[in-house]
Design a protein. Structure first.
Length: 183
């Protein structure tokens, strides 16, 4: 592993633990035991470092989904995805993406291209998992759009402190996904 890759893993671990919002090079470098000059040397700029962290986080999220056991049907796959979304390392990876979006990083280059590429990887990862779990290829894109949007919404739901409401919403989503897969 190259020194750049080691640093990227350290920075990604730090961002997963502490968040992306407010990230500055000097405190980051001190936290991972290097200097801001070394980060600039290896990444060229803060922008490139953030872009690479978003990409690495997406790679980790993909590995998590790729490692999920095949579910017995699309509805069960939705429930399994929801459980994975709530646990580390996926929970942190999803929050890195949301933080990048919330701070406006996806509106300008180089972030827009990195987030777009991450989105394509993420959608393909979910599609492949749902197909492995029984979704037909021609139905999978519609199911992915519905499931991904809804699960992100449930994950970010700040309006309820009632887990049973979220659980019912996820179950309703699982039923809808299963119905769409079967029709």
């Amino acid at each position: 592993m190259s020194r750049r890759d080691e640093l990227l893993d350290q920075v990604t671990d730090h961002v997963l633990a502490h968040g992306l919002i407010g990230l500055t090079l000097r405190p980051l470098a001190a936290a991972i035991g290097t200097s801001d000059r070394m980060l600039i040397y290896h990444f060229g700029s803060r922008d490139q470092l953030v872009t690479d962290v978003v990409t690495r986080s997406c790679e980790r999220a993909r590995a998590m989904i790729d490692g999920l056991p095949v579910a017995d049907g699309v509805g069960a796959a939705v429930n399994r995805l929801w459980l994975a979304y709530q646990r580390e390392p996926l929970f942190g990876c999803l929050h890195v993406y949301v933080q990048a979006a919330a701070t406006g990083l996806i509106g300008e280059e180089p972030y827009r291209a990195a987030v777009r590429a991450s989105n394509e990887i993420w959608v393909e990862t979910l599609r492949a998992y749902l197909v492995r779990s029984g979704a037909q290829e021609d139905r999978a894109p519609r199911i992915v759009r519905m499931v991904d949007s809804a699960l992100y919404g449930f994950l970010l739901d700040l309006t309820t402190d009632r887990p049973e409401e979220l659980a019912q919403g996820v179950q309703d989503l699982a039923t809808a996904a299963e119905t769409l897969a079967a029709s």
